[in-house]
Design a binder for this molecule. Structure first.
Ligand SMILES: NC(=O)C1=CN([C@@H]2O[C@H](COP(=O)(O)OP(=O)(O)OC[C@H]3O[C@@H](n4cnc5c(N)ncnc54)[C@H](OP(=O)(O)O)[C@@H]3O)[C@@H](O)[C@H]2O)C=CC1
Ligand SMILES: CC(=O)[C@@H](O)[C@H](O)COP(=O)(O)O
Ligand SMILES: [Mn+2]
Length: 391
């Protein structure tokens, strides 16, 4: 088998480190071209010394001296700053893992896509924010989009028999998050430390809070609509606390194909890494007898308004998803900084959506401008309407 060249955008994060676990398990199959991270220069340098890429890039320039000094004499280039992140993302490589959190990952991911190779997409915010602009860039470049998000990878696998035309609907499962059974009062007072405790998955802070509000599932509804060209009413969400079935495709003859697996992100990452082949992983094997029971129920729209807001954004036209995503990124950061309460996240996002509506998006510049405007308006809402709480 030919050696596959690999670049990881977001190598120091939860998805990035699990990708590295897989690469290190099969060192003869892969060669790492570049590792790119945000701030964690110590871990990035350690990863670079183990994987020996051509270059390691740290977005935060303050981390450059540590990265440069640790890599001195190794033959591995050290670079820093946003421009270097985008330039190195653009260097041709067979497979790019797009795992930078938030719209910070949009331009690097599109730079990688322009090479027309495989993009393993974990960074759902980039697709939600840029929508058709993102998909057009992928299609124009002839790149292959491989969904890493567990639910979308499950749908991708369940569609593999080519029966897309016979699809009736898909079902995305949700764990329900740490507040699945909590009262509204508990949620109102919940500190970030509690919201960060996901019942099933170990993930970065931003997506963990999104799972707690169900904005993660809302973003995933939009992500699924874009990747699989589905109408909003063709996408259903079911809470499935065991997180064993990740997604299902329902066909018009009544058949339902589901993808199952232990809740371990190395499984969908490995699927995209080896696609269309499969590689062995050491991930835990599914033991259905031990699981005993698989349960499902509809999400509660009162405690979790995020799903309604995401559906409104999806139906509201292009720019509404950009606004929802940007407002949510700012609101989550404000919650983590204890500037607002947990339930304020959705309230804030809804206010910003009402203020900005759904402006059309002609190109990437329009996406970035709307993203910046939505962030500024969310900040101004935060400092005015939520000022008393912040005091
Ligand atoms: N974790 C999971 O299981 C899943 C995650 N996803 C998606 O994957 C993406 C990554 O999630 P996750 O790994 O949990 O997040 P983490 O917070 O764990 O990791 C984020 C990564 O992005 C890097 N990063 C952040 N900002 C920048 C920047 N401006 N420039 C370059 N690099 C940057 C971080 O670097 P550093 O740490 O050095 O600052 C880190 O390597 C998200 O979009 C998430 O929604 C989807 C499905 C599952
Ligand atoms: C692993 C993964 O794909 C996450 O997006 C996961 O789905 C989060 O769990 P929730 O179902 O609680 O959002
Ligand atoms: Mn997911």
């Amino acid at each position: 088998m030919a050696v596959k060249t690999v670049t990881i955008l977001g190598s120091t994060g939860s998805v990035g480190t699990q990708t590295i676990d897989l690469l290190m398990a099969e060192p003869d199959l892969y060669r790492v071209n570049a590792l790119i991270a945000g701030r964690n220069a110590t871990l990035l340098a350690e990863q670079a010394r183990a994987l020996r890429p051509d270059v390691a890039v740290i977005a935060d320039e303050a981390g450059y001296p540590a990265l440069r000094d640790t890599l001195a004499g190794s033959g591995i280039r050290a670079e820093a700053g946003r421009e270097a992140v985008i330039a190195v993302s653009a260097v041709p490589t067979d497979w790019t893992m797009a795992a930078i959190t938030g719209t910070a990952g949009l331009e690097p991911t599109l730079a990688a896509a322009r090479n027309g190779r495989a993009i393993a997409l974990a960074n759902k915010e980039a697709l939600v924010s840029a929508g058709a602009v993102f998909l057009r860039a992928i299609a124009d470049a002839g790149a292959m989009l491989l969904p890493v998000d567990s639910e979308h990878n499950a749908i991708f696998q369940s569609l593999a028999d080519g029966n897309r035309a016979s699809l009736e609907k898909i079902i995305l499962t949700a764990s329900g998050g740490p507040f699945r059974d909590a009262s509204l009062a508990e949620m109102r007072d919940a500190p970030p430390e509690r919201a960060l405790k996901h019942p099933v998955w170990s993930m970065g802070a931003k997506i963990s809070i999104d799972s707690a509000t169900l904005f993660n599932k809302g973003l995933e509804v939009i992500e699924a609509a874009r990747i699989f060209a589905l109408a909003p009413d063709e996408i259903e969400v079911l809470v499935h606390p065991q997180s064993i079935i990740h997604g299902m495709v329902c066909y018009r003859d009544g058949s339902v194909l589901a993808q199952m697996g232990a809740p371990d992100m190395r499984i969908p990452i490995a699927h995209t890494l080896a696609w269309p082949a499969r590689v062995a992983t050491t991930s835990p094997r599914l033991d259905l007898a031990a699981a005993g029971q698989l349960s499902f129920f509809a999400p509660d729209p009162i405690r979790f308004p995020a799903l309604r807001l995401a559906r409104e954004a999806l139906e509201g036209g292009e720019g509404a998803s950009t606004v929802l995503n940007a407002a949510n990124e700012i609101a989550v950061a404000a919650y983590l900084a204890k500037r607002i309460g947990f339930l304020d996240i959705a309230t804030l996002v809804e206010r910003v959506m009402q203020r900005l509506g759904a402006p059309p998006l002609a190109d990437l510049a329009a996406v970035l401008a709307l993203d910046a405007e939505a962030r500024a308006i969310t900040e101004s809402e935060l400092t005015t309407k939520f000022a008393s709480r912040a005091a």
